[in-house]
Design a protein around this ligand. Structure first.
Ligand code: SAH
Length: 235
């Protein structure tokens, strides 16, 4: 089978660290899925706007390392192993990922692109296919997963006024609610679950063209700074 990407993701997540572990955990994130030739035509996306949500099938193109039969999912504190096929780990045969995202807009000018919310996708992710999410067939009443029954509890996040001001400026310029995104991204605690927070350490991640820095104090995350990294870009 020959698989060619049909689209590329442009997102605020320019490094893997800190990306939400599932899509709907960060509804404030905005991404543009840019269709590539030969699918970059209005015809290929005609009618797609009739759907509130989409399935995105993609390649985990930046996995470093090999898959193995058993993995330690972050949901289980990173210290219990499950079969790779019993998890959503990116380290898997064929490196194929599946995310449901909320469709905000279908644009056909100047590029053919889909603006979506909630994508847990790295900037530059190759998209292999896109399908409408069909609630009657895809939303299953009474479905269960003992492994991940509920969304993880959010860690409290404190953001200082100076950072809030930068986030408001970004929102005015680009439309993304960066304050909400910081809350959602840090609220799920990007640090590996098996690691105790080091109270002396400053942690950092790239988000929407900024270097976001924080530390752990008294069970909460305190944002320390958010510095611009070169050109700030909107997906
Ligand atoms: N919803 C998807 C992804 C779950 S794993 C699925 O169930 O298949 C989510 C993690 O994938 C994120 O935390 C992020 O670090 C990682 N990720 C996202 N895009 C990636 C990419 N292009 N290459 C490698 N890892 C990626």
């Amino acid at each position: 089978m020959n698989i060619e990407p049909i689209a590329t993701v442009h997102s605020c997540f320019t490094e893997k660290f800190g990306i939400p572990r599932q899509p709907l955990l960060a509804d404030a994130s905005r991404a543009a899925i840019e269709l590539l030739p030969p699918l970059n035509t209005p015809d290929a996306v005609a009618g797609l706007e009739q759907n509130s949500h989409l399935w995105v099938i993609f390649q985990f193109h930046q996995v470093a390392g090999q898959w193995s039969h058993k993995v330690r999912p972050p949901r289980l504190g990173g210290n219990k192993k499950l079969g790779v096929l019993a998890t959503r780990s990116p380290f898997r045969p064929n490196n194929i990922g599946l995310s449901v995202v909320r469709l905000i807009e279908v644009r056909t000018h100047p590029k053919v692109e889909l603006i979506v919310a909630g994508a847990d996708l790295l900037d530059g992710t190759p998209v292999l296919d896109i399908k409408p999410y069909i609630p009657y067939a895809d939303a299953i009443q009474g479905a269960s997963s003992e492994f991940a029954e509920q969304a993880p509890a959010a860690t409290p996040v404190k953001i200082p006024e100076a950072v809030l001001a930068i986030a408001r400026g970004y929102r005015d310029d680009w439309g993304t609610d960066l304050e909400a995104l910081i809350q959602q991204v840090l609220g799920q605690d990007p640090k590996p679950a098996y690691q105790q927070p080091d109270p002396e350490r400053i942690y950092g991640m790239e988000l929407c063209g900024f270097n976001l820095q924080w530390r752990y104090r008294d069970g909460a995350i305190e944002v320390m700074a958010m510095e611009k990294l070169g050109e700030v870009a909107q997906p």
